[in-house]
Design a protein around this ligand. Structure first.
Ligand code: C5P
Length: 217
């Protein structure tokens, strides 16, 4: 049988990762955070002292990204997020990461490699480009200030010393870059259900998603 696919898109710190993981657990589906793929490419370049805007270096790095390297805690840093957004604008990088994402959607498997009946995939272009035929599409959003506050708290909790104004500015720049790039920009698919988490907590977002998913799966 064809695996069921839930696509979850939205900007940074919208709560899409939390929601996607919870949906995956609820339905017994595999989960792929595609932001980590772009982060892995960005981190490789940062560690090699290369510029994330260096197209040839970024494309070469993207060609060798493997799921095994996605657990590195350094992937979660703010600097890596910015580098990820820079490499994500490069068409050759997106192309190089397509195959891995499509394989996951066609034959989803859990961490132990066991096949699952479906997948939850989160990112920016899942409902529009990667899985346009997804059974369910969600677009998770929140105001810029709400997302910046969340991200600031997350970074402080992880011991990264950074001021709120800087987080807000970085987030706004990354949003702009992700929305306005020429290939696969962040966008809500016309058939996606939008969940605004500005005034919704994780339980509220999960409940809204389940109500929408209802009989669709
Ligand atoms: O979601 P996360 O913040 O980890 O994503 C990091 C960056 O990777 C985003 O700012 C975006 O530029 C890029 N990305 C993307 N397409 C995806 C997932 C992430 O372009 N499907």
């Amino acid at each position: 049988p064809t695996p069921r696919i839930i696509a979850v898109d939205g900007p940074a710190a919208s709560g899409k990762g939390t929601l996607a993981r919870r949906l995956a657990r609820h339905f017994g589906f595999a989960y792929l955070d595609t932001g980590l793929l772009y982060r892995a490419v960005g981190l490789r370049l940062l560690r090699a002292g290369q510029d994330p805007a260096d197209e040839a270096a970024a494309i070469a790095a993207a060609g060798t990204v493997t799921p095994a390297e996605l657990g590195d805690p350094a992937l979660r840093s703010e600097a890596t997020g910015q580098a990820a957004s820079a490499v994500a604008r490069i068409p050759g990088v997106r192309q190089a990461l397509l195959d891995l994402q499509h394989r996951f959607a066609v034959a989803p498997a859990d961490e132990k490699g066991r096949p699952t009946p479906g997948a939850v995939i989160d990112g920016r272009d899942i409902g529009t480009v990667i899985c346009p035929g997804a059974d369910v599409k969600l677009f998770v959003n929140a105001s810029l200030e709400t997302r910046a506050k969340r991200r600031h708290k997350e970074l402080l909790d992880r011991g990264e010393a950074i001021i709120y104004a800087r987080v807000l500015e970085d987030m706004e720049r990354r949003d702009q870059q992700d929305r306005n790039r020429s290939v696969a920009p962040m966008a809500k698919a016309p058939d996606a259900f939008e969940i605004d988490t500005t005034k919704l907590d994780a339980d509220g977002a999960f409940a809204a998603a389940l109500t929408f998913i209802g009989s669709r799966l």
